[in-house]
Design a binder for this molecule. Structure first.
Ligand SMILES: [Zn+2]
Length: 267
């Protein structure tokens, strides 16, 4: 069953030396489609370039991660809008709030997030709605409040790399947001609570991602020496997810692929 990695940071420089081999290994492992995360002014156009070089295999998102919130100028906003006019750019983001690392001042994070939500609202208004690829860490209440301001004006949304608790999960599901699950699930220290929560996520809200090159699944054997994660490891995450959900791996694979195909309008 072909898999879809909904979050792969394939423009990251750790892939510069062997990007084609990484893509070939992903395909061999059954990862038929990867959504290349665009998370900054520098990397969003590169995500689109990569998708254009590999049509059908790769798609891109365009956005500015909260870590880069200070670069969100009017020019940056115009650049994101131009990228999002392209059919191979399938989602707005990565955008959101990160109060865990606080690499950018929180008011700047909120402003950059709101401006990208406004792009999503404008696209929906024009009949070209694109889903949102969202990042939230330690900022749940502000995140929900800002999203509420755009309720009814934006398309579908996925909270990628979900690592929160039960209240956060049900807040997301109550608002019909989708959930992206990464190899965080395979972390025996930090992922235990998540393993108990994943059976509660309805199949039509659940998608999978590596967040490569980050978040190498800790249970992967053998583990690559350089600790770099890559999309070829997605089946390992799907196996862990299927086990925790108490379903066979073919079911989890088929359902997450169907959900991602519909969410990103890939078919
Ligand atoms: Zn993220």
């Amino acid at each position: 069953m072909p898999l879809i990695d909904i979050g792969a940071n394939l423009t990251h420089d750790s892939f510069d030396r062997d990007r084609d081999a990484v893509l070939a290994r992903a395909r061999d492992a059954g990862v038929a489609t990867m959504i290349v995360t665009g998370a900054s002014r520098e990397h969003s156009p590169r995500a689109l370039e990569l998708a254009q070089a590999h049509p059908g295999l790769l798609y891109a998102t365009a956005g500015v991660h909260p870590h880069h919130a200070l670069e969100y100028t009017d020019e940056c906003d115009a650049e994101m809008r131009a990228l999002l006019a392209h059919p191979q750019v399938v989602a707005v983001g990565e955008c959101g709030l990160d109060y865990f690392r606080d690499f950018s001042p929180r008011p700047a994070q909120r402003r950059a997030f709101e401006r990208q939500l406004q792009i999503a609202a404008d696209l929906a208004d024009r009949g070209d709605a694109k889903p949102l690829f969202l990042h939230q860490r330690d900022a749940h209440d502000d995140f929900v409040a800002i999203m509420k301001d755009f309720e009814g004006r934006i398309g579908a949304a996925v909270v990628h790399c979900f690592t929160g608790g039960r209240r956060e999960l049900f807040d997301c599901l109550d608002r019909d947001w989708h959930i992206g699950i990464t190899g965080w699930l395979c972390d025996e220290r930090r992922g235990a609570h998540l393993r108990e929560l994943v059976p509660s996520i309805p199949a039509h809200r659940l998608m999978v991602e590596t967040d490569a090159p980050y978040l190498l699944p800790r249970t992967l054997k053998p583990s690559p020496k350089d600790r770099r994660n890559e999309p070829a490891f997605l089946p390992h995450i799907v196996e862990a997810l299927a086990r925790d959900r108490g379903e066979d791996v073919g079911t989890t694979a088929a359902q997450t692929t169907a959900t991602a195909t519909a969410f990103f309008r890939l078919a």
